[in-house]
Design a protein around this ligand. Structure first.
Ligand SMILES: Nc1ncnc2c1ncn2[C@@H]1O[C@H](COP(=O)(O)OP(=O)(O)OP(=O)(O)O)[C@@H](O)[C@H]1O
Ligand SMILES: [Mg+2]
Length: 300
């Protein structure tokens, strides 16, 4: 990325204006971020960069601090050490509304949808366009239906009927609607907490396709997952968390899927486990040597 010659013309209309820090400031930067819940240290010294047109994956086991991390970016929790910069500017987000106003849209795993309301109604929830004024003001239903259909179609989602209750869609389809919604309402950063966790292989693939489509639309995407295969399919950068601290940060070209999987699983811990399982299931256990000498503490 060479510096742009600052001659009078604008670079591209899609690039977010990044203020005086320059057009190259990442959308979001975390630097040495920490978060405690009482005396539980959920995060410590975590750093991460989110860039436009890239997917940053946050990987880690249960309790690693993934959700805590995105709640800080989403404005749900405040970090208590380190810095959060949005478009180059140091910030402490006070509420999800503030995050949204800065262009950060978060799709939680338990999607905030109203199951009995039609798809289009959920698509516009909280941002409904109206017609008329004063006592004649009413929802512009036709426009909402049409826009929802068009916005979904632009993402390649051809929903037969936007009037069906969103509760009748599959989990994967609901995730896709949520992604299309964030793109439609102009989010710059899309944060997804385990969007494929409850999905089968095929539906996971579909959701990942729309995650990639959001990236191609120029958004910076943060994808939380504990599935290295899903991460590796779409990710540009991988941040590994382990019990609240960073266990690695790699660009895709620096790491293979095998190595990512190994690091995720905690290489030696997995070897120890396979050792133990092999022993437990061993054919016949000839000389009764069950668990002779175990080496080293099982660290937590
Ligand atoms: N509101 C809270 N109050 C107290 N402790 C919390 C709270 N939220 C999370 N924790 C603790 O912080 C640590 C990190 O939790 P977090 O939910 O961020 O993990 P995670 O990586 O998202 O896990 P999972 O894969 O299970 O979703 C855990 O030890 C958890 O018990
Ligand atoms: Mg979580």
């Amino acid at each position: 990325m060479g510096p742009q010659a600052g001659g009078g013309e604008e670079v591209t209309s899609e690039r977010p204006a990044a203020g005086p820090a320059g057009a190259t400031a990442p959308l979001v930067e975390l630097d040495g971020v920490a978060k405690h819940y009482g005396n539980v240290k959920a995060l410590d010294g975590v750093s991460m960069t989110v860039r436009a047109g890239e997917i940053t994956c946050v990987l880690g086991d249960n309790g690693a601090g993934k959700s805590t991390l995105i709640k800080i970016i989403a404005g749900l929790h405040r970090h208590d050490a380190g810095t959060l910069r949005i478009a180059g500017e140091e910030t402490v987000l006070g509420s999800p509304r503030q995050a949204l106003d800065r262009g950060i849209a978060t799709v939680y795993q338990d999607l905030a949808v109203v199951p009995l309301m039609p798809v289009w109604r959920n698509f516009f929830l909280g941002s409904e366009p109206t017609r008329g004024r004063g006592p004649f003001r009413r929802l512009d239903v036709a426009a909402m239906r049409e826009t929802t259909h068009a916005a979904l179609l632009r993402m390649g989602i051809d929903l037969r009927d936007v009037d069906q209750p969103i509760g009748t869609l599959s989990g994967g389809e609901r995730q896709c609607v949520a992604i299309a919604r964030a793109v439609h309402f102009g989010a710059k950063v899309l944060v997804l907490d385990e969007p494929t966790a409850a999905l089968g292989v095929k539906q996971s693939g579909v959701v990942l396709k729309y995650v990639a489509a959001a990236r191609d639309a120029g958004l910076g995407v943060v994808l939380i997952t504990h599935n290295p295969h899903h991460a590796y399919l779409v990710g540009d950068h991988f941040v590994l968390l382990k019990r609240g601290v960073m266990a690695g940060s790699h660009a895709k070209e620096q790491i293979s899927l095998e190595e990512l999987t190994r690091q995720m699983a905690g290489g030696s811990e997995l070897e120890q486990l396979s050792h133990e399982l092999a022993r437990a299931q061993g054919p016949g256990l000839p000389d009764g040597r069950g668990d002779g000498h175990r080496e080293g503490p099982a660290a937590g």
